[in-house]
Design a protein around this ligand. Sequence first.
Ligand code: ATP
Ligand code: MG
Length: 140
Amino acid sequence: MKGNRTFTMIKPDAVKAGHIGAILAKINEGGFRIVAMKYTKLSAEKAGEFYAVHSARPFYGELVEFMSSGPIVAAILEKDNAVEDFRTLIGATNPAEAQPGTIRALFAKSIGENAVHGSDSDENAAIECAFHFAGTEIYK
Ligand code: ATP
Ligand code: MG
Protein backbone atom coordinates (compact mmCIF):
# COMPACT_ATOMS: atom_id res chain seq x y z
CA MET A 1 0.00 0.00 0.00
CA LYS A 2 1.16 3.53 -0.82
CA GLY A 3 1.80 5.85 2.11
CA ASN A 4 -0.03 9.10 2.72
CA ARG A 5 2.93 11.28 3.78
CA THR A 6 5.65 13.14 1.95
CA PHE A 7 8.30 15.66 2.91
CA THR A 8 8.97 18.95 1.15
CA MET A 9 11.26 21.94 1.36
CA ILE A 10 10.73 25.31 -0.28
CA LYS A 11 14.35 25.88 -1.32
CA PRO A 12 16.43 29.07 -0.75
CA ASP A 13 15.88 30.42 -4.28
CA ALA A 14 12.09 30.39 -3.95
CA VAL A 15 12.17 31.80 -0.41
CA LYS A 16 14.46 34.66 -1.56
CA ALA A 17 12.20 35.38 -4.53
CA GLY A 18 9.16 35.75 -2.26
CA HIS A 19 7.33 32.63 -3.47
CA ILE A 20 6.54 30.97 -0.10
CA GLY A 21 2.88 32.02 -0.12
CA ALA A 22 2.25 31.12 -3.77
CA ILE A 23 3.89 27.69 -3.37
CA LEU A 24 1.91 26.92 -0.18
CA ALA A 25 -1.26 27.88 -2.07
CA LYS A 26 -0.40 25.41 -4.87
CA ILE A 27 0.23 22.73 -2.22
CA ASN A 28 -3.17 23.36 -0.65
CA GLU A 29 -4.93 23.49 -4.02
CA GLY A 30 -3.26 20.17 -4.83
CA GLY A 31 -5.16 18.58 -1.97
CA PHE A 32 -2.27 18.24 0.48
CA ARG A 33 -2.70 18.91 4.16
CA ILE A 34 0.23 20.44 6.07
CA VAL A 35 0.78 18.49 9.32
CA ALA A 36 4.17 20.00 10.26
CA MET A 37 6.01 23.09 9.08
CA LYS A 38 9.05 25.22 9.99
CA TYR A 39 10.98 28.18 8.63
CA THR A 40 14.63 27.34 9.20
CA LYS A 41 18.11 27.35 7.70
CA LEU A 42 20.27 24.29 7.03
CA SER A 43 23.95 24.34 7.96
CA ALA A 44 26.27 23.06 5.23
CA GLU A 45 26.74 19.95 7.36
CA LYS A 46 22.99 19.28 7.60
CA ALA A 47 22.44 19.98 3.89
CA GLY A 48 25.29 17.56 3.07
CA GLU A 49 23.74 14.91 5.27
CA PHE A 50 20.27 15.39 3.77
CA TYR A 51 21.57 14.98 0.20
CA ALA A 52 24.28 12.39 1.10
CA VAL A 53 22.88 10.03 -1.53
CA HIS A 54 24.24 12.47 -4.16
CA SER A 55 27.73 12.82 -2.60
CA ALA A 56 29.47 11.20 -5.59
CA ARG A 57 27.68 13.41 -8.15
CA PRO A 58 29.58 16.34 -9.75
CA PHE A 59 26.97 18.86 -8.55
CA TYR A 60 27.07 17.79 -4.87
CA GLY A 61 29.26 20.71 -3.66
CA GLU A 62 27.09 23.22 -5.49
CA LEU A 63 23.92 21.57 -4.13
CA VAL A 64 25.15 21.70 -0.51
CA GLU A 65 26.25 25.32 -0.89
CA PHE A 66 22.91 26.31 -2.43
CA MET A 67 20.75 24.47 0.12
CA SER A 68 22.62 26.14 3.01
CA SER A 69 22.71 29.59 1.36
CA GLY A 70 19.51 30.92 2.94
CA PRO A 71 16.36 30.01 4.83
CA ILE A 72 14.00 27.26 3.70
CA VAL A 73 10.50 26.13 4.62
CA ALA A 74 10.36 22.45 5.61
CA ALA A 75 6.98 20.70 5.81
CA ILE A 76 5.29 17.33 6.11
CA LEU A 77 2.31 16.87 3.78
CA GLU A 78 -0.53 14.36 3.89
CA LYS A 79 -2.71 13.07 1.04
CA ASP A 80 -3.50 9.64 -0.38
CA ASN A 81 -0.60 8.53 -2.58
CA ALA A 82 1.36 11.53 -1.28
CA VAL A 83 4.85 10.85 -2.69
CA GLU A 84 3.79 10.25 -6.27
CA ASP A 85 1.11 12.94 -6.36
CA PHE A 86 3.49 15.53 -4.93
CA ARG A 87 6.18 14.67 -7.50
CA THR A 88 3.52 15.25 -10.17
CA LEU A 89 2.58 18.60 -8.60
CA ILE A 90 6.20 19.83 -8.49
CA GLY A 91 7.22 18.66 -11.98
CA ALA A 92 10.56 17.51 -13.41
CA THR A 93 13.89 18.30 -11.68
CA ASN A 94 14.84 20.50 -14.63
CA PRO A 95 12.22 23.28 -14.88
CA ALA A 96 12.74 23.42 -18.64
CA GLU A 97 11.25 19.90 -18.75
CA ALA A 98 8.55 20.43 -16.11
CA GLN A 99 4.89 20.27 -17.22
CA PRO A 100 3.19 23.69 -17.48
CA GLY A 101 1.45 24.67 -14.24
CA THR A 102 3.72 22.59 -12.00
CA ILE A 103 5.51 24.32 -9.11
CA ARG A 104 8.91 24.00 -10.78
CA ALA A 105 7.59 25.23 -14.14
CA LEU A 106 6.15 28.27 -12.37
CA PHE A 107 8.86 29.09 -9.83
CA ALA A 108 12.18 27.27 -10.48
CA LYS A 109 15.14 29.07 -12.03
CA SER A 110 17.33 26.15 -13.12
CA ILE A 111 18.03 22.44 -12.58
CA GLY A 112 20.10 23.34 -9.50
CA GLU A 113 17.92 26.12 -8.08
CA ASN A 114 14.60 24.39 -8.56
CA ALA A 115 12.31 25.89 -5.91
CA VAL A 116 11.15 22.77 -4.06
CA HIS A 117 12.14 19.33 -2.83
CA GLY A 118 9.82 16.33 -2.83
CA SER A 119 10.56 12.87 -1.39
CA ASP A 120 11.06 10.15 -4.01
CA SER A 121 9.74 7.11 -2.07
CA ASP A 122 7.69 6.28 1.01
CA GLU A 123 10.86 5.00 2.68
CA ASN A 124 12.75 8.25 2.03
CA ALA A 125 9.72 10.32 3.01
CA ALA A 126 9.77 8.70 6.47
CA ILE A 127 13.53 9.25 6.81
CA GLU A 128 13.27 12.89 5.68
CA CYS A 129 10.30 13.70 7.96
CA ALA A 130 12.26 12.33 10.93
CA PHE A 131 15.39 14.25 9.84
CA HIS A 132 13.56 17.59 10.21
CA PHE A 133 10.77 17.01 12.74
CA ALA A 134 10.29 15.43 16.15
CA GLY A 135 7.05 13.49 16.64
CA THR A 136 5.86 16.27 18.96
CA GLU A 137 6.10 18.82 16.09
CA ILE A 138 3.54 16.96 13.93
CA TYR A 139 -0.12 17.94 14.36
CA LYS A 140 -2.92 16.20 12.52
P1 ATP B 1 14.82 16.86 -4.91
O1 ATP B 1 15.47 15.62 -4.32
O2 ATP B 1 15.44 18.15 -4.43
O3 ATP B 1 13.33 16.84 -4.76
P2 ATP B 1 14.82 15.64 -7.49
O4 ATP B 1 14.43 14.40 -6.74
O5 ATP B 1 13.91 16.12 -8.57
O6 ATP B 1 15.06 16.85 -6.48
P3 ATP B 1 17.51 14.64 -7.54
O7 ATP B 1 18.05 13.82 -8.64
O8 ATP B 1 17.16 14.00 -6.23
O9 ATP B 1 16.26 15.46 -8.11
O10 ATP B 1 18.56 15.81 -7.27
C1 ATP B 1 18.55 16.53 -6.05
C2 ATP B 1 18.80 17.98 -6.34
O11 ATP B 1 20.13 18.14 -6.82
C3 ATP B 1 17.93 18.61 -7.42
O12 ATP B 1 16.67 19.00 -6.99
C4 ATP B 1 18.77 19.80 -7.82
O13 ATP B 1 18.63 20.86 -6.87
C5 ATP B 1 20.16 19.22 -7.74
N1 ATP B 1 20.59 18.70 -9.05
C6 ATP B 1 20.18 17.55 -9.62
N2 ATP B 1 20.76 17.39 -10.84
C7 ATP B 1 21.55 18.47 -11.01
C8 ATP B 1 22.43 18.90 -12.06
N3 ATP B 1 22.59 18.17 -13.16
N4 ATP B 1 23.08 20.07 -11.88
C9 ATP B 1 22.92 20.81 -10.75
N5 ATP B 1 22.11 20.46 -9.72
C10 ATP B 1 21.44 19.31 -9.86
MG1 MG C 1 15.46 13.70 -5.07
